[in-house]
Ligand binder design. Structure first.
Ligand code: TA6
Length: 309
C-alpha cells in the first residue's frame, strides 16, 4: 500500500457564492463537505486511480468523527488515523461563481500533546514495513515540533521506503536536510526555501540542500522537475478554468502512483500534470474529472531542460 501522512487533517468545506465581496453578507448557494488535509486528498486521488492507500495523521473531536465517517465511504482508503483530545480543524474554500476565483481559509488545527506525538511516531513506524512509498503532506498542527517531518523522513529512509515531502516554511527547510526522495513545493514555497525567485535555479538549489528530486508546481504552466536522471518541464496544452484547490495534492498523487509503478520521470510528470489539471476542472479538492484526465494524458508536453538549453 501507499501511505499518506496528514498531521493536520481537516474537514474541507467548499462554499459557492454568487459574488464574494468584502464587508458584505453572502447567501451560500451550495455547500460541500469532504475529508481533507493535503495527504487525505492525495489518498482519495490515489484510491480513484486504483491504488491501495492507508491514511494516517491525527483525528479528534466532532469534526474528526465527521472526517472519519466521510473517509469510511471512500473505497480503497484504509483509515489509520491516531486519536487526539483536540478537535480536527475545518478548512473553507469560498468559490466566487462570477469570477471563478477561490478564497481559502485554513484554521490552524488542534493542539497536539507530546504523548500524542509519541503515539503517532510509534503508529508510523508500525505502518512503514507494509508501505511501498510514503507521502508526508501539509502543515503541522500546534504542538508538533517543527522538525517533525525531518524525523519522519529519516525513519522512512531507515526503513527503506521512498518518501515524498510536501510542506512549507521551516518544516520544509528541516525536512529537506533529512534527504527526502522527492519534494513538491510551489514556486513561492521554493523561493522561501532557497531565496531565489528563478524557478530552475531554485529547483537545483533545493537538490543541493538535500532533496534527491525536486518537482516544482508552476500553477497553470505545469511542473518543473530536477532529479539525478535529468531536468524537465511538463505543461498542459492550455490552462483550465475552475477551482485550483487540491491541484497540488493531485500532482503528488500522480507522482506517487507513477513512482510505485516504476515509471520513468517524463511519464511521472505527464501523469502529475494531467491529474492536476483535471482537478481544476472538478468542483472540490481531492477529486478530478476522469474524462479530462484521460484526454489530457496524450496532450502533456514534456521538454528536457538540458536539450532545450
Ligand atoms: O495543511 P495545509 O497546508 O493548511 O493545507 C490544507 C488545505 O489544503 C488543501 O489540501 C488543498 O491543497 C485543502 O483541501 C485543505 O485541507
Amino acid at each position: 500500500m501507499i501511505l499518506t501522512v496528514t498531521l493536520n487533517t481537516a474537514l474541507d468545506i467548499t462554499y459557492r457564492v454568487r459574488s464574494l465581496r468584502p464587508h458584505a453578507s453572502h447567501r451560500v448557494s451550495e455547500v460541500t463537505e469532504r475529508p481533507g488535509g493535503k495527504g487525505v486528498n492525495v489518498a482519495r486521488v490515489l484510491a480513484a486511480l486504483g491504488h491501495e492507500v492507508t491514511v494516517t495523521g491525527f483525528t479528534g473531536g466532532a469534526t474528526g468523527r465527521v472526517v472519519q465517517e466521510l473517509l469510511a465511504s471512500v473505497p480503497g482508503v484504509v483509515d489509520a488515523l491516531v486519536p487526539i483530545t483536540g478537535a480536527t480543524r475545518r478548512t473553507i474554500a469560498v468559490v466566487d461563481e462570477q469570477t471563478g476565483d477561490t478564497t481559502q481559509l485554513n484554521e490552524p488545527g488542534p493542539m497536539v500533546t507530546p504523548t500524542e506525538w509519541s503515539a503517532f511516531q510509534e503508529a508510523y513506524e508500525d505502518l512503514l514495513p507494509s508501505a511501498s512509498a510514503v507521502a508526508l503532506c501539509g502543515s503541522l498542527p500546534p504542538g508538533v515540533p517543527v522538525g517533525a517531518y525531518a524525523g519522519l523522513v529519516r525513519t522512512a529512509r531507515t526503513a527503506g521506503v521512498p518518501v515524498l515531502l510536501d510542506t512549507s516554511g521551516e518544516a520544509l527547510r528541516r525536512g529537506v536536510a533529512a534527504r527526502p526522495d522527492i519534494i513538491k513545493p510551489n514556486a513561492d514555497e521554493l523561493a522561501e526555501l532557497t531565496g531565489s525567485h528563478e524557478p530552475l535555479r531554485a529547483t537545483q538549489d533545493a537538490r543541493r540542500r538535500g532533496a534527491r528530486a525536486v518537482v516544482t508546481s508552476l500553477g497553470a504552466e505545469g511542473l518543473l522537475a530536477a532529479s539525478p536522471e535529468g531536468r524537465w518541464r511538463a505543461a498542459p496544452p492550455s490552462s483550465l478554468h475552475g477551482n485550483p484547490t487540491g491541484a497540488g495534492d493531485s500532482a503528488v498523487a500522480g507522482l506517487m502512483s507513477a513512482l510505485v509503478e516504476h515509471l520513468p520521470w517524463p511519464d511521472r510528470l505527464t501523469r502529475a500534470v494531467a491529474l492536476s489539471a483535471a482537478t481544476v476542472s472538478a468542483p472540490v479538492a481531492g477529486e478530478f474529472d476522469r474524462g479530462v484526465y484521460e484526454e489530457l494524458l496524450g496532450r502533456i508536453t514534456v521538454t528536457s531542460e538540458a536539450s532545450a538549453a
